[in-house]
Design a protein around this ligand. Structure first.
Ligand code: PLP
Length: 375
């Protein structure tokens, strides 16, 4: 049976060119990058070249890129170090954040004397920028603003420039969880005064188990993992050269092909919306009107019994979609994101997250809609 993969916000397939590069490194460059002999030095140079390739995509310097095992680790590290080492006393965030941020913040609030303010969420799933500015005007405590760029469930996009400017004006640090947008939108860090961004390679057709943090030079973080001197002592542990090289290749390709691929993905999303409206006239779309070009979160006008069987039946037909964020599959609790802005009645209805990649086709969307119609 042909698989139809429409869950690209959860993870993506690895590009064949990435696999090829990784296999080469696995086979030939097994030396420990900290070793002083040739095979170790070569592995080290692969890592440093990858760092340069990555930094270049964001107009950053390579010393500002630190490799981590994933986006979760990068988010945890930045948040913890901001409080522990940079004197942050107040965090402004939202309850729409990925659990990698939300649970970290909740934990830190228990451990440290830090005030946490969650911004109100408008029915459009957006933050209230005026409320953010009002809060920032109080500069009596060192503040960190932690807001995600693109929401992983509904695709709502933050106005990065606006938030970065507000943070600069009111002397707050700005951490942005960019896991969903890296490789899908260009971010110029020479132009945008963001202090920290994070990435995870498996979201942009790279390998799982590798990510990075961008730490602006002026912010001196301290490690949370202690051990060797890898990553300037900021993130100990023998580097996985094949993962790092795979991530750099995937990122380079993502930005090289961005215009062409984003146009195709955007067209698929528009087509899917249009076709769904034809067969389900009462359908609603969760989140704001526009939303990021690869994510479509739909509220289906189906009964609760039908809803319970929906993911199972789609799976039986080889169609992979998500009920909420990937971490919640199998859970019966309403999504922590949707519950921030949907009414009680709509929360009971089935919501489906469809997320597209360059590999999807119109025919796949036709099949999805045919299957949804007979549920
Ligand atoms: N932040 C966002 C917005 C995400 O979507 C995810 C993954 O779903 C993460 C963080 C966690 O990234 P990772 O899977 O690399 O730990």
């Amino acid at each position: 049976m042909k698989q139809i993969y429409l869950d690209n916000a959860a993870t993506t397939s690895v590009r064949p060119e990435v696999v090829e590069e990784m296999v080469k490194v696995l086979r030939d460059d097994y030396g420990n990058p900290s070793s002083t002999y040739a095979i170790g030095r070569h592995a080290k140079s692969l890592i440093e070249n990858a760092r340069k390739t990555i930094a270049k995509q964001f107009n950053a310097t390579s010393s500002e890129i630190i490799f981590t095992s994933c986006g979760t680790e990068a988010n945890n590290w930045i948040l913890r170090s901001c409080i522990r080492d940079l004197g942050v006393k107040r965090i402004i965030s939202t309850k729409l954040e990925h659990h990698a941020v939300l649970y970290s913040i909740n934990n830190l609030a228990e451990e440290y004397d830090v005030e946490v303010v969650f911004l109100d969420i408008l029915p459009s799933s957006e933050i209230d920028y005026t409320q953010l500015e009002e809060l920032l005007k109080d500069e009596s405590q060192k503040t960190l603003v932690s807001l995600m760029h693109v929401n992983n469930e509904v695709g709502t996009e933050l106005d990065l420039k606006h938030v970065a400017q507000l943070c600069t004006t009111y002397n707050a640090l700005f951490h942005c969880d960019t896991v969903q947008s890296i490789g899908k939108k260009r971010i110029d860090l020479a132009e945008l005064p963001i202090d920290f961004i994070v990435a995870s390679a498996h979201k942009f057709h790279g390998p799982k188990g590798i990510g990075f943090a961008f730490i602006r030079k002026k912010n001196v973080l301290k490690p949370v993992i202690f051990g060797g001197e890898q990553e300037k002592g900021l993130r100990a542990g023998t580097e996985a050269a094949h993962q790092v090289v795979g991530m750099a290749k995937a990122l380079e390709m993502a930005y090289e092909l961005l215009d062409e691929e984003s146009e195709h993905i955007g067209m698929l999303k528009a087509y899917c919306k249009e076709e769904l409206c034809k067969v389900f006239p009462e359908i609603k779309f969760n989140g704001n009107e526009v939303g990021f070009y690869n994510i479509l979160n739909v509220l289906l006008p189906l009964s609760e019994e039908k809803a319970a069987m929906m993911l199972f039946q789609l799976d039986m037909k080889g169609i992979a979609v998500s009920r909420g964020s990937a971490c919640q599959s199998g859970s019966q609790k309403p999504s922590h994101v949707l519950s921030q802005f949907l009414c009680e009645e709509d929360l009971k209805k089935p919501s489906l997250r469809l997320s597209f990649s360059h590999e999807n086709t119109k025919e796949e969307i036709d099949t999805l809609i045919e299957v949804l119609q007979v549920i």
